[in-house]
Design a protein around this ligand. Structure first.
Ligand SMILES: [Zn+2]
Length: 346
């Protein structure tokens, strides 16, 4: 975030200030990033003739609005001098345009109209495995964060991922059959969402999780950290792919931190695949190669003659399972729909 566009502004140039969205999960990393950004803005505001270089929008996707209030109270003295917005968005906004998507025994994908009205909790509970639920939940949070960026007119999104977390995501995405998403999800750069260009940055990409933990401890931020559901006692079978990979990196971090940086370095070198892509009906990610075509090479039950109605990526196909199905939102809202939805809310 050393870029010219974030620097302190003088005179009448406030109109050009970018709005920066910081999604806050209340994990150590995003709280540490929040603390750093607030200090950065405070520094910028020390000169009386200067105005802060960017406007901060802090976002939590969840139902815990009380925690946001506690955070604001903790920083109230500094925040008085700054321009910052705080938003808690109910992830239920994700639920729209539901349809039933099923995978036949022959690996063909069918879309049928849906008559059930399920809430977000019910949608997620359709998946038996914790890993699939977590995979879809991550998508919900990501989608709602990007929609909020559009709704609040932010041109920049900063994620609190540490180097350890990025390494976890790179291996987890690969294991979940979402390797093609690595480049646009984890590399810094521009993405397009609902017709809007968003500059995505991971400012903590060079910092290890253990270093963040220490920063949080020294800064007295522990009281704000949301405790994660404990999974230590569960058998490996019940763990999500992300949990398994995270545990692996936690064990190597103290002695072999270079393993983590190597994974991130290699992951960052990956580019999005070339060629025309279709869009997955469930996660809206690009599909460069229909998974059915190579599943046919591995399985006898896959039938080449039976065509799919709609495209489904490999990651989502595995989540649904062959012979399985689920009700899920099958489209993204347009920019106009996002804006209309947020105006209604406010
Ligand atoms: Zn998908």
């Amino acid at each position: 975030m050393q870029d010219e566009k974030f620097k302190v502004k003088f005179g009448k140039s406030t109109a050009e200030r970018p709005k920066v969205l910081l999604p806050l999960s209340y994990g150590s990393s995003s709280l540490a990033l929040f603390d750093m950004v607030v200090s950065h803005l405070e520094e910028q505001c020390q000169n009386e003739r200067a105005v802060q270089g960017y406007v901060l929008v802090v976002l939590h996707v969840g139902e815990d609005a009380a925690r946001m209030e506690r955070l604001r109270k903790k920083y109230s003295q500094v925040l008085e001098k700054l321009e910052a917005e705080f938003v808690t968005v109910d992830p239920a906004v994700f639920v729209r345009d539901l349809a039933r998507v099923t995978v036949t025994e022959e690996y063909a994908v069918r879309r049928t109209e849906n008559s059930e009205s399920l809430d977000l909790q019910e949608l997620l509970l359709q998946f038996e495995s914790r890993s699939s639920r977590q995979d879809f939940w991550q998508q919900v949070v990501q989608e709602v964060a990007l929609r909020s960026a559009v709704a609040h007119d932010c041109s920049v999104v900063i994620f609190g991922h540490s180097m350890s977390r990025l390494a976890e995501e790179i291996l987890a995405l690969t294991a979940k059959g979402r390797g093609a998403e690595t480049a646009h999800r984890l590399t810094d750069g521009e993405i397009e969402y609902a017709g809007r260009r968003l500059h995505v940055i991971h400012p903590l990409r060079d910092v290890l999780a253990s270093e963040i933990k220490e920063y949080v401890r020294l800064g007295g931020l522990q009281e704000m950290v949301a405790t994660e559901e404990s999974v230590k006692h569960k058998s490996a079978k019940n763990k999500t792919v992300n949990e398994l990979v995270r545990e692996y990196f936690e064990t190597v971090e103290s002695e072999y931190p270079e393993v983590i940086s190597t994974v991130v370095k290699i992951g960052t070198k990956l580019d999005s695949p070339q060629g025309m892509a279709q869009q997955c009906i469930l996660c809206q990610e690009a599909i460069y190669r229909d998974p059915k075509t190579w599943l046919e090479q591995m399985s006898e039950s896959a039938n080449k003659e039976v065509q799919s109605d709609v495209p489904l990526c490999y990651g989502c196909l595995m989540n649904l399972g062959v012979g399985g199905g689920a009700v899920w939102p099958v489209s993204r809202p347009s920019r106009e729909e996002i804006l209309a939805e947020y105006i209604l809310e406010e």
